[in-house]
Design a protein around this ligand. Structure first.
Ligand code: EPU
Length: 336
């Protein structure tokens, strides 16, 4: 276990320069358990730092999870069960699965962050969510200091959320995740419109999992900024889900609003559209702004403070609320 004063700039994809006075790294479950026994207060758990906005220096203990390892634990003719350390980089795991020709996570190519954070917010992209391939996870109870196993039902996965973001927030530290991937007869998810359009354009009617990954990477790199070059955390807000009644009223005034029916009573609206309509797409204010190709991505142009980015995000939120009477909810975790 290492402890030191540390700049967090390298540990958050917004690239915010803040200091932590008690920064620790855990490389296995025992190190997490030791840390919890030695520290009374609940630490801030850090994974890949791709979904967090630090507003100021951190005066509480940080525990960065660096548990590694990809292990096949069981397999049959059609499926494979793989246990992955929480500290493995998500996209490295996707690449590993594609080299072996395992199916299930190709649509989730290039999502930044680590494996351990993926279930917390039920990461998703291009028609696939983490929950579709999740089998179970090992998590350490902060209060009881024991290791517990959660199956899919126990995780209560919903759109960009899970029990670990709600009822059990800050109560468990995920150490390993087991995925169920396909070995044969892969289910190809190509219904998401931009993906479908690109496949048609390329004349590829029978794509492999590797083809899907390549196309997802092409779409993502075309409109989402690479956090290594421009600080960002992907989508800053969730896409709001509103009632069908509210949607009808919205549609009366804005009949071009894109919408996705979620259920009989609910409709999902792209936050990016709402933000763009408020004139914020590509808008730069000081060292922050929104990306020119995607209104939902707030960027650090270089040297922005967390406070600056936060204030800008709240300005967007107010503007959307005023124009559409829709309150956006942050997807990014904001750390005060
Ligand atoms: N749109 C605009 N203006 C823009 C961009 C998009 O009006 O500047 C509208 C368009 O109508 C477009 C729609 O928004 O069709 C949806 O845009 P996009 O396909 O880019 O997806 P998104 O809803 O903005 C979600 C996820 C992304 C994920 C993509 C692809 C959330 C909060 N975000 O974005 O996830 O990559 O779908 O599946 O659900 C992330 O969570 O950080 C993330 C990047």
């Amino acid at each position: 276990m290492e402890t030191q004063i540390t700049s967090l700039k390298e540990y958050n994809t917004f690239g915010i320069e803040v200091l932590a006075n008690n920064f620790n790294i855990a490389k296995n479950e025992d190190e997490i358990l030791d840390f919890l026994r030695e520290n009374k207060n609940v630490p801030l758990i850090l994974g890949g730092g791709s979904n967090i906005l630090f507003k100021k220096n951190i005066n509480k203990a940080i525990l960065k999870i660096e548990i590694k390892g990809i292990e096949i634990i069981e397999e049959n003719k059609n499926s494979i069960y793989v246990s992955v350390g929480a500290g493995e980089n998500w996209n490295d795991f996707v690449k590993w699965s594609l080299v072996k020709n395992y199916g299930g996570i190709e649509n989730l190519s290039l999502i930044p962050g680590n494996v351990g954070s993926a279930p917390i917010q039920n990461i998703g992209a291009y028609g696939v969510e983490l929950k579709d391939v999740f089998y179970s996870c090992r998590a350490i109870s902060v209060d009881e200091k024991t290791i517990q196993i959660f199956n899919k039902e126990q995780c209560n996965f919903t759109y960009r959320s899970s029990i670990f973001k709600e009822k059990l927030k800050n109560k468990y530290i995920i150490s390993r995740v087991t995925f169920k991937l396909s070995k044969t007869n892969h289910i190809i998810n190509s219904e998401y419109k931009p993906l479908k359009d690109l496949l048609l354009y390329k004349g590829n009617l029978n794509p492999s999992v590797q083809d899907i990954s390549k196309l997802v990477i092409e779409i993502r790199t075309n409109k989402l900024p690479d956090p290594k070059k421009i600080g960002n955390c992907g989508s800053f807000f969730k896409n709001p889900i509103i009632s069908s009644i509210k949607f009808k009223n919205l549609f009366k005034n804005f009949n071009t609003v894109p919408n996705y029916k979620i259920s009989e009573n609910e409709v999902k609206i792209p936050a990016a559209w709402l933000i763009e309509e408020c004139g914020f797409k590509g808008k730069i204010e000081g060292k922050t702004g929104t990306h020119k190709k995607h209104a939902l991505v707030i960027i650090n142009k270089g040297g922005a403070t967390g406070e600056e980015i936060y204030n800008f995000s709240q300005k967007i939120k107010k503007s959307v609320l005023k124009k559409f009477n829709i309150l956006l909810e942050e997807e990014v975790n904001i750390f005060e």
